[in-house]
Design a binder for this molecule. Structure first.
Ligand SMILES: Nc1ncnc2c1ncn2[C@@H]1O[C@H](COP(=O)(O)OP(=O)(O)OP(=O)(O)O)[C@@H](O)[C@H]1O
Ligand SMILES: [Mg+2]
Length: 356
């Protein structure tokens, strides 16, 4: 029987935020200041509570069952995909299905081999080590992971120069789960040591509706199909955003409508915080507005747009542009970013006439 996973580390969301990757003994089972955070409380605890990602789920269930039948630890798993699609969630439900414990680390916190050692030496047989943002693990630490993953062994070098000696340390067989939003940044030797690699893709509107409906029940505020559709439709196919939107709609309805949620109330709530029908927020529309108004639809360079908006180019490239590109509101050309006809239509403007 699968049990709930026992956390040996503080809350993963918090780790992801501060990037500290504090040592494994710092958290009591179930501890972590983020435990009462809404995002965490809405996080599925078991695989059957998860919605969507059917293929991934099916493959993982097979791998888990087979590993359990053989009495071996599950092969190492790498999850990649954009933020908020369920990488950390999978990393917590898998140990729960296996009835084992999980330690949570963050690649940004593993600055030197000594930061990794406590996690490795703390492993119990068949337990899981989750490294979030694994692309941020530096090379020196990564090399320790190679033998740890492949041979369940680490070689510790003691001393320096001629007196240096290597100590071989046997690890208990374990499963490493890595998560990254930047799979391309992982080195090939590390990537190839994961037996299972899963890419998490965007959710359908129907799946998001289901997530919103289930979570509204968790929040003691069951909502109708219309409201769920409004929230899901404005959530960019991302469960985390759907949860955030739902929580705001709850606040709004409790303050303005005695806790009653209807389609128009959900719409008014999301309009109020500047989330439009496509799920664009104020910054996204600010980008489109700048490109349209200041650069006459482009082509314009990223840095030029960033300077005009007074934000960093990285922010625009990582947080704003991917969704605008995916929605075909802008295109990236060799000469710079350009508005598309769809972008103009969304902003309710007519494209300028360009000389032939
Ligand atoms: N398949 C799913 N079913 C239901 N809820 C989900 C699912 N996937 C994610 N969620 C919800 O979305 C939230 C965000 O997911 P999660 O933290 O796993 O994303 P992530 O991929 O780890 O993001 P990041 O790259 O930012 O770390 C979770 O707290 C959970 O409530
Ligand atoms: Mg995560």
């Amino acid at each position: 029987m699968a049990r709930e996973a026992v956390y040996q580390q503080s809350d993963p969301e918090k780790l992801a935020d501060d990037g500290s990757g504090s040592p494994p003994n710092s958290g009591q089972p179930g501890a972590g200041s983020g435990d009462n955070m809404p995002d965490t409380s809405l996080r599925p605890k078991r695989m059957d509570e998860m919605v969507g990602q059917r293929d991934v789920m099916e493959r993982l269930k097979i791998a888990i069952e087979a590993a359990q039948k053989r009495g071996e630890p599950l092969g190492h798993i790498l999850f990649d995909g954009p933020p908020g699609l369920g990488k950390t969630t999978f990393a917590t439900v898998i140990p729960a299905e296996m009835g084992t414990v999980v330690q949570m680390a963050n690649g940004a916190g593993l600055k030197a081999p000594k930061d990794l050692l406590p996690y490795l030496t703390n492993l119990s047989e068949g337990s899981v080590l989750f490294i979030d943002e694994i692309h941020r693990v530096p090379k020196a630490v990564e090399e320790y992971l190679y033998t740890a993953m492949e041979d369940f062994r680490i070689d510790i070098v003691l001393g320096e120069g001629v007196s240096a000696r290597t100590l071989n340390y046997e690890l208990r067989p374990f499963t490493l789960i890595g998560a990254t939003t930047r799979a391309g940044m992982l080195s090939a030797p590390l990537r190839d040591r994961f037996q299972i690699r899963e890419h998490l893709g965007w959710y359908t509107d129907t799946e998001l509706c289901e997530i919103v409906r289930r979570n509204s029940i968790k929040l003691n505020m069951p909502i109708d199909d219309d409201s769920a559709a409004v929230i899901a439709g404005r959530s960019r196919r991302t469960p985390r955003l759907a949860n955030n939107r739902l929580l705001w709609v709850r606040d709004y309805s409790q303050s303005k409508a005695d806790g009653k949620v209807t389609g128009p109330i959900a719409t008014a709530a999301l309009d109020m915080i500047g989330i439009d029908v496509l799920g664009l927020d104020k910054q996204d529309r600010g980008y489109l507005d700048t490109l349209m108004r200041v650069f006459v639809g482009g082509p314009a360079g990223l840095e030029a747009i960033a300077h005009t908006m007074n934000v960093s180019g990285d922010t625009l490239e990582d947080e704003v542009e991917p969704f605008l590109l995916r929605s075909e509101l802008i295109v990236r050309t060799r000469r710079g970013r350009m508005m598309t006809a769809k972008g103009y239509a969304h902003m309710k403007q007519t494209p300028p006439k360009r000389p032939l």
